[in-house]
Design a protein around this ligand. Structure first.
Ligand code: BGC
Length: 385
């Protein structure tokens, strides 16, 4: 009996010790998810300069493809509310088409994003005449702007949960009529939280003007056979810049309140785009610069596509943002894989200084002097809701 009790106690103790003691399993450390970058040849320009295509990937699977020609973002995937990644920017799949005809799809814009009236301005008593490539005005740096040159890669690396691509372009004195040798750098940084940061910097050896931007056309549905009129837009702007018949700002900072230009709270883009309004007539839709409220790095715009749930938030330290509703897209340019880009199949939100600033002294200055460094930043961040 005694013996029996002892055995029961022993078995019980053993049982308990087995239960309590944590099972020792070898700890297998899975490597932290990281970003990556790779490159392939993208062919030769018409003037025989080799072009590379870089693919930046972050830990979630967001993928941004950038070519050295024009620093163009040719494709950019973002997740919908079910986690499906799809390309959400308009573009082509070959260099020949980019060289043949493009409304600045995905490109870096310089030296001066947007319009300069009659392509003329005066600096330090010297008058400069730039080529007119938009009726009587100069647009997006002229017929061979920064969107049509091959940039040099000065750095490309995986970094943490994302990747970095650094591009440089030396624009010689008087190129496209602008004074000064301008050294421009643009750094694209893809982060682990689905943001693409774009850092612009420039220096000059003669007083000049600079206004760099990025010209991606977004369609957050990822279906380029649809238009963007169902996207909901919010702009952190209580004022915008009305334009004359040639899309040059009149100089007035007009309140958006009570006009079709009021996007201070989320509004479906199609709601007012066809309203009877002289400014909309001049732009053939929205093609205006909004004055972003506040200063420094701040949220400028937010776009939501209800169907997919994709949300794009754009923050910048620039004073303005041009909202262009793709009014000049007319079904002539090819979509890779079939079809054409129809009217308003993409929208642009270009953070920048105000158009025609060199001729409008009341606007924030775009003058860059030797010894100064031009430096601006814009962040494009994707989420879902
Ligand atoms: C301008 C439009 C122009 C387009 C070129 C936009 O930045 O605001 O007026 O047509 O670029 O495709």
């Amino acid at each position: 009996m005694k013996h029996h009790l002892f055995s029961i106690l022993l078995i019980g103790a053993l049982f308990l010790s087995c239960k309590v003691k944590p099972t020792e399993e070898p700890i297998v450390e899975s490597p932290a998810p990281t970003g990556s970058i790779s490159s392939v040849s993208y062919g030769m320009t018409r003037d025989s300069i080799a072009v590379e295509e870089y693919t930046l990937k972050n830990k979630n699977g967001m993928e941004v493809k950038i070519i050295t020609y024009g620093g163009i973002i040719t494709s950019w995937t973002a997740p919908d509310k079910d986690g499906n990644y799809k390309n959400i920017v308009l573009g082509y799949d070959n260099l020949a088409q980019y060289q043949r005809s493009t409304p600045y799809f995905g490109a870096l814009i310089g030296r001066y994003g947007n319009r300069i009236a009659k392509g003329m301005f005066t600096l330090d008593g010297n008058t400069y005449q730039l080529p007119k490539n938009d009726g009587q005005n100069h647009l997006h740096g002229g017929p061979k702007g920064f969107d049509k040159v091959v940039w040099t890669v000065t750095d490309s690396k995986a970094e943490g949960e994302g990747a970095v691509l650094k591009l440089k372009y030396l624009s010689p004195d008087m190129q496209m009529g602008y004074p000064g040798n301008l050294e421009a750098t643009v750094t694209y940084t893809l982060t682990g939280d689905n943001a693409l940061e774009v850092d612009y910097a420039a220096t000059t050896d003669k007083t000049t003007v600079v206004n760099l931007t990025q010209h991606s056309y977004f369609n957050l549905s990822g279906d380029f056979s649809t238009n963007i009129l169902d996207h909901e837009l919010t702009l952190s702007a209580t004022k915008y810049l009305p334009v004359d018949g040639t899309l040059i700002p009149t100089g007035e900072l007009a309140p958006v309140s009570g006009t079709p230009f009021d996007f201070t709270s989320s509004k479906v883009i199609g709601t007012d785009i066809a309203a009877e309004n002289e400014q909309l007539k001049r732009g053939k839709g929205y093609d205006h610069c909004w004055v972003v409220d506040g200063e420094g790095m701040r949220l400028a715009a937010s776009v939501h596509h209800p169907g997919s749930g994709r949300v794009l938030e754009i923050s910048s330290n620039e004073p303005g943002i041009q909202f262009y509703s793709g009014n000049f897209l007319d079904g002539r340019l090819p979509v890779p894989g079939g079809g054409t880009y129809g009217h308003r199949s993409g929208l642009c939100l270009e953070t920048q200084h105000f158009p025609d600033s060199p001729n409008q002294p009341a606007f924030p200055t775009t003058t860059l002097k030797p010894g100064e460094t031009y430096s601006t930043k814009t962040i494009f961040k994707f989420t879902t809701k």
